[in-house]
Design a protein around this ligand. Structure first.
Ligand code: PMP
Length: 458
């Protein structure tokens, strides 16, 4: 039974009925669920009328900022004209135009667009496609995938297998077999070559070759990598890393999948992040920023070479989603990409990324801030107990300082972002792409206040 909507307390109803994602529900038994009701530009507002800086663009999503009436209007018009039609053996104009547009932005011969409704489905699609590609080309034993420690690639069981966070997988084991892990590119905690990025990059990439050889190249189908790995706190690739990975993939006939669920659509200042680091994958998976969140959609963008065997005879990719390439989402994505072009959002990120970095780097004077790392408008700040030894928080300190204080205090001080301990305690920042120096300063000031107090509580 639901309460009368006119009188109900939304926060209480949320606890009673809304099963929040990745949420320890008991934490809301006696605390109100923060309820966000509106947004404008880089700000969001809660049900008490309080204003917060959206330091995470929702969830790495709201690139063009909140409150864009133009995108809402495009959604309305599309819903009025054709609200829904599947792309199962049929086409509709918005999906066709969007597929063409994405192909025009994608590098090399990545010209075939398979729509999904989000990032995890795009990753799932890419693995299934890689498996079938090798079956169609006669290499029946190639099915395994390699990805990196601590990386997050989504929640469907295949994508979760690819995910490198054991704690997220444990409740659901056994998962899909054949998903192997190698080191990520966390140079802050490099076991070797920590003072030589080129040598470290080479070493990290060579671990992928090692793993391919350990498993047998005839069994490995694909390598899944984010351009900048999110989980663990923004690990950019060391120089030369992706060039060496590309070489290895070519040598052993393994597909390179660039999981750009977060990094595409301007997060790093380019439409696709592989362009920023100058490599051409075989498949790009993407989602979040494509519509700036005004409607959900994702995609796997596939090279002509990999798609080719699927275009013969009765070969069919037996895979799809009812809402993949949804007309409203496709129309909104096109309008969102128009905003990117008209307002030069990518150029804005490239022109301001150094300022974002140097503003955040001011925090390095605090004893609790160990590392500031990232690219574009995508940064992680790693917290430590000891700057010299890089000693991290123990479980109790994570519970007490990170969850018990930092997370809540940031929000109470007007900054919505994430303090996460997938790996080490890190604060993740990814503001809307319209952010400027005043946004950076506001983020820095709130972090300074909260982290100074956190240190005092250690
Ligand atoms: N891959 C990466 C790199 C992601 O960051 C995410 C989501 N944060 C996903 C996949 C899963 O996307 P979704 O939540 O849209 O399924």
């Amino acid at each position: 039974m639901s309460a009368d909507p006119a009188t109900k307390d939304l926060s209480k109803t949320a606890y009673d009925h809304l099963w929040m994602h990745f949420t320890r529900m008991s934490s809301y038994e006696n605390n109100p669920v923060p309820t966000i009701v509106s947004g404008e530009g880089t700000y969001i507002y809660d049900s008490n009328g309080r204003k917060y800086l959206d330091g995470l663009a929702g969830l790495f999503v709201v690139q063009a900022g909140h409150g864009r009436a133009e995108l809402a209007e495009v959604a309305r018009k599309q819903a009025e004209k054709l609200a829904f039609f599947p792309i199962w053996s049929y086409a509709h104009p918005a999906a066709v135009e969007l597929a063409e547009r994405l192909a025009s932005y994608a590098p090399g011969d990545l010209n075939k667009v398979f729509f999904t409704t989000g990032g995890g489905e795009a990753v799932e699609t890419a693995w299934k496609l890689a498996k079938q590609y090798f079956k169609l080309t006669g290499e029946h034993t190639k099915y395994k995938v390699i990805s990196r420690a601590v990386a997050y690639h989504g929640t469907p069981q295949g994508a979760l297998s690819i995910t490198g966070l054991p704690a997220l997988k444990a409740p659901f084991e056994p998962l899909v077999p054949g998903a192997h892990k190698v080191v990520n590119t966390n140079i802050y905690r490099a076991p070797i070559h920590g003072d030589n990025p080129e040598a470290y990059g080479r070493w990290c990439a060579d671990q992928i070759e090692q793993e391919i050889l350990f498993e047998g190249p005839e069994t490995v189908a694909a390598v899944f990598l984010e351009p900048v790995q999110n989980a663990g706190g923004c690990f950019p690739p060391p120089p030369g890393y992706f060039q060496r990975v590309r070489e290895i993939c070519d040598q052993y006939n393994v597909l390179l999948v660039s999981d750009e669920t977060i990094c595409a659509f301007g997060r790093l200042g380019t439409m696709f992040a592989c362009d920023k680091f100058d490599y051409i994958p075989d498949i790009i998976t993407c989602a979040k920023g494509m519509t700036s969140g005004y409607s959900p959609i994702g995609a796997a963008i596939i090279s002509d070479r990999i798609a080719e065997p699927f275009y013969h005879g009765d070969n069919t990719f037996l895979h799809g989603y009812t809402f993949g390439g949804h007309p409203v989402s496709s129309a909104v994505a096109l309008a969102n990409l128009d905003i990117f072009e008209r307002e030069g959002l990518n150029k804005h990120v490239l022109a301001n990324e150094d300022a974002f970095r140097s503003t955040l780097e001011k925090l390095l004077d605090l004893p609790i801030v160990g590392d500031v790392r990232g690219n574009g408008f995508f940064y992680g700040i790693e917290l430590v107990k000891d700057k010299v030894t890089k000693e991290s928080f123990n479980d109790d300190e994570c519970e007490r300082i990170l969850y018990g204080y930092v997370s809540k205090a940031l929000f109470e001080n007007g900054l919505y972002c994430r303090a996460d301990d997938r790996g080490d305690p890190v604060i993740q920042l990814s503001p809307p792409l319209i952010a400027d120096q005043s946004t950076f300063d506001e983020i820095e000031q709130i972090l300074r206040t909260v982290l100074t107090e956190a240190w005092a509580r250690m």
